[in-house]
Design a protein. Sequence first.
Length: 648
Amino acid sequence: MSGRPVHKRITRSRMLDFSFKPFEEMTAEDYATVGFKAGLEVHQQLLTRRKLFCRCPTGRYDKTYHAEILRHMRPTLSELGEYDGTALMEFKTRKEIIYRINKETVCTYEMDDTPPFMMDEEALDISIEICLMAGLTVVDEVHIARKQYLDGSIPTGFQRTAIIGLNGSVPFGEREIGISHLSLEEDSCREISDVGHRRTYITDRLGMPLIELVTHPDMRTPREVEKVANLLRRMMRTTTHVRRGPGSTRADTNVSVEGGTRAEIKGVCRTSLMPLLTYNEARRQWNLLRLREELHRRGITEDTFQSQSADVTRIVRKTLYTPIEQAVAANQVIKAVRLVNWAELLRWEVQTATFFSRELSDRVRVIACLTTLPNIIHSDNPSENISAAEWKEIKRAVEATEDDAVVLVWGDEQDTETAVQEIVIRAREATIGVPSETRQALRDGTTGFERILPGPDRMYPDTDLPPITIHRERVERMRANLTMPFWERVRFYQKLGVPEGYITRLAISRYAPLFREAVERMALDPVLASYALYQVPKELERKGYAVNRVSIETVRDLLLSIAEGKLVREGIPDAWKKALAGSFSREQLPPPLSDDELNNIIKKATAAVRSNKMFDESNIPVLTIAEVMKSVRGRIPGRIVVEKIKTR
């Protein structure tokens, strides 16, 4: 259950030779020194009409609910007769799981009361498309498996998942990033709250098709993690078949250093957070390895580790320290844990301004469900909590010496007993190295314990659904219609001279195919086409316009109007506004102005301005330009009008 780490042993001298610098000062050479490695698991919701294994609609996010369902989760044996460590850990939490159900988005399938439908074909096609774009080999036969989830995020306790493609890569600078596989699976519930022994979910996204794209650990620095995550996210968006918006793309980041083990940072929703999170996790692992060496220097190994615990409620029943005072008033118990020869090590820094005591506190919070912080105090930091006299009595109760550390925890009898066990387990793990964990991303850029890293025991075949044969004709048909990948679009735009600030957003926009059509078939200037398809819509979105309401056909007509000379750069914003109002019509636009027509308009405008004797003679050109532009704005470039009037 403790999740024993698997790692190579590195020398004590090497551990002491290198200390992590502040984030901004770390170099690629520094990360190479510690053996930094990172990989990604990118989860992306697909833009389908129906859920993956039922016929409920997708994309309807609403916290309104018509019923609540209460469930308790318990682990089951794998096909090999073994329990998964994560499942056992979740079982220890004794959680009540509440599901809030909206009848418009959930059916009896999600509650495991109805057999599944066959896999949604639209979702399977999109998965194959993304496999081809990432260079993956599409499998001949899709086998659906069940993956245990006892955190309650899926009411059935398992997620249906299937591998669609294997062994691909994407270009990244001068090298390739390996892609292990792509899986198609069901999305989970959204967590609303998690307090004490009760966790509450809303089920609106449950069962939606979701792909998981898993890379090899090919990223060498935290900055590369962010760049590769953005590359993969943009690659998938170029298909136009994936969802956008908050929560539609999430990524798990796998991090390790030499001598450490894989830790998974779960559900990072913004790629900009990845560099600091992966830096802190690498720093944490390196410092945990340094802590292990210090413990061994003190003679503390997994075999020699010693601890002792006792109920010390009587000793602190009159304390003035508010959290324990409140616990005593609520008839809760206070327990002390002695860690032999651990003095000063609970203040061993592991992450930025974060100490090893937080590792204990996190386990107590997650597994013992003592979620009100602080949930522990310790003797390495005595001045901020109970009195020196109380500490002295507590140490006597657990037979602690000056060489020992003592941890206090409080709550009801069963929770504090679980907490004591977890404190001992986590302290003993420190003598081994880095435990295999799933960790949550925190707002300050550090990571916190979430659960034991799942193992292969939680996967087993699904017997409710037959295998799905993927014929080569289907794959080749999709390959023939494959859109240009993101990285090729970027190179294409750079070659055309598209402004650098436009390239990325245009490459992932719904208008990217239109841009290519505008340049290759309509012979539009690439800069002008990118202005019409990126800059103008972006400015309108900033002003609150719902640009995506305009159909692709209407935008194509707008581009054709430019190609035919009926619309010039200055008229594009107004044309977009008309399109948003539903009043843009290419057929109703006047034909391009001839030179003679423009000269006549200028002649009439000049005469009208001169007829007004109130104006100064020197202002006549400016006033004439303004008068002419009233008639020709959007039909001819303003610079031509200015040049002609200056010439006259």
